[in-house]
Design a binder for this molecule. Structure first.
Ligand code: ADP
Length: 499
């Protein structure tokens, strides 16, 4: 089954779209209803492919396959080093096919091709290798008990896992969910976002080539309220890992509670502050602020959407920032000159433009940008507002677009208060050369990750996830591995212990 990609691009030969069906039990199959949905190229607004639309009954079949693979299949039973070998093989296949994977995400999500190829896909394969390395280092403890007993703990796979992932980083979100679950010996059903199903299906194909046994990894594209809800409410899924919005996170947690009380982990976005003190290198701060919000067209959960600048350097900072924003290149994500591609879909475009309208109406000052670029493709100008008040919508809500709210502060106490004045707590950035300021700030900000004189730097070994309403349960690091394990304590008598 295939539909062909566009060949209308002068920068790059588009890949042919080879995989548009559900991947269940090691095979590509049509959905039971036979329905398909269109996935749209945000550069052209044209249909890239018609993808099989999974619904509740397809999730049921996928869960059955995953359950069978868990209960009787080789994956949880094989030597962990063997699982690791297969995961590494998968990483190698992805690297060999990195250009195709990168192009799929560019076509489907409007992401910069070179960024995908040189940053996102390497992060994805790094995660796979990191958890492959952890697979044979999962062990419990031996516990000396009071009396004539001792106990030991077994770290067992939590079971059949459901992953629900978003569209802004289709490859990275796929691998930060799937890799630790695989290492733990789990089997799984993943639903990619309806906007970006293509790379996930391609990875499923490569998983089969790498030797991941049938039923271990099932990929079911479909919509949230149907296929997504079927995962969170499923009676035979043992845990759900979700990345997306607060509203949907709430739904997922509620349906998990209402069904079988499966544990959930939620990564729910942010409104992350970048705080720039008056001893910071201004040019570097300008670069970080711009990269922090405009990268991936602002469709980044850790985007530095609130920038607080010390009054001592505010005017110079603002002037330089606006000058630089005006040189920021918005264009086709395959063009190596582009710094910003189109927003992922029409909904995003409309939502972002409506936030910009709000900003104008609420009395913030539009310093640059504010409009759509052209009338084909979902491109938006890099947009910066100043005179933003704490309670304005553009200072409180996650816009998920290239829109920055610039604010001024006098004292460190004020900066801390403002930075923490958010329902979110995913990330924060601090720029200062003063060690005391750095230490106080990093401890005072309620966020899951604090970047000191840098931004966006993530690593496989560094736990990532929110405080407050940005969610709970980390991705990455060994903490994420433990989301997919459960502890069993085994107690046994010891009749003649010398001590
Ligand atoms: P965003 O706002 O980033 O699009 P969403 O939270 O809407 O994020 O979507 C993230 C993922 O959640 C997508 O895969 C989407 O299909 C899925 N989803 C949306 N609604 C539901 C729902 N009611 N139950 C489960 N998953 C859902």
């Amino acid at each position: 089954d295939s539909s062909s990609g566009h060949n209308d691009n002068s920068f790059f030969k588009m890949p042919t779209i080879k995989f548009t069906q559900l991947f269940i039990n090691g095979n590509f199959v049509d959905s039971i209803s036979g329905r398909r949905f269109e996935t749209i190229d945000p550069r052209t607004e044209e249909v890239i492919a018609r993808v099989s639309e999974g619904d509740k009954e397809d999730i049921d079949v996928a869960v059955e396959a995953a359950r069978e693979a868990l209960d009787r299949g080789p994956w949880p039973r094989m030597a962990a080093s063997e699982r690791a070998k297969i995961m590494v093989k998968w990483a190698e296949l992805i690297e060999e096919n990195a250009e195709e994977a990168a192009a799929l995400d560019s076509m489907d999500a409007g992401k910069l091709y070179y960024f995908n190829k040189f940053a996102e896909i390497p992060s994805a394969t790094n995660a796979l290798r990191y958890y492959a390395g952890a697979a044979d280092k999962i062990h419990g403890k031996v516990l000396k008990m009071n009396g004539d007993f001792h106990a030991y703990t077994l770290m067992e796979p939590i079971g059949v896992v459901g992953h629900i992932i978003p569209w802004n980083a289709p490859s990275v979100s796929f691998f930060i969910k799937v890799s630790p679950a695989l290492a733990a010996g789990c089997t799984m059903v993943l639903k990619p976002a309806e906007q970006t199903p293509l790379s996930a299906l391609f990875y499923a194909h490569l998983a089969k080539l790498a030797g991941i046994p049938d039923g271990v990894l099932n990929v079911v594209p479909g919509f949230g309220p149907t296929a997504g809800a079927a995962i969170s409410s499923h009676m035979d899924i043992d845990a759900v890992s979700f990345t997306g919005s607060i509203e949907v996170g709430r739904e997922v947690m509620q349906s998990a509670a209402r069904s079988n009380l499966k544990p959930v982990s939620l990564e729910l976005g942010g409104k992350s502050p970048l705080i720039i003190f008056d001893d910071a290198d201004i040019d570097k701060a300008v670069d970080l602020a711009l990269i922090g919000i405009m990268s991936n067209k602002g469709e980044v959960c850790v985007a530095s959407s609130r920038v607080y600048v010390h009054e001592g350097i505010y005017d110079e900072f603002e002037k330089k920032l606006v000058e630089k924003a005006k040189t920021w290149v918005v264009g086709d994500p395959f063009d190596p000159k582009s710094q910003q591609g189109p927003q992922a879909d029409m909904n995003q475009l409309k939502k972002i433009l409506s936030y910009i309208e709000h900003g104008n109406r609420e009395g913030a000052t539009l310093l640059t940008g504010g409009n759509r670029v052209g009338n084909k493709g979902y491109y938006i100008q890099p947009t910066i507002f100043s005179n933003v008040k704490e309670d304005m919508l553009i200072a409180q809500e996650e816009i998920f677009g290239p829109v920055l709210a610039l604010m001024k502060f006098k004292t460190m106490e004020e900066a801390i208060k403002s930075a923490n004045n958010s329902k979110y707590g995913l990330a924060a950035g601090i720029m200062t050369k003063n060690l005391d300021t750095a230490n106080t700030m990093s401890r005072s900000i309620r966020a899951g990750i604090v970047w000191m004189n840098c931004y966006f730097v993530l690593g496989s070994d560094v736990p990532f996830g929110g405080y407050k309403m940005s969610g709970f349960g980390k991705d990455l690091g060994l903490e994420a591995l433990h989301k997919y394990l459960q502890t069993k304590s085994v107690v046994t008598p010891i009749y003649s212990s010398p001590w």
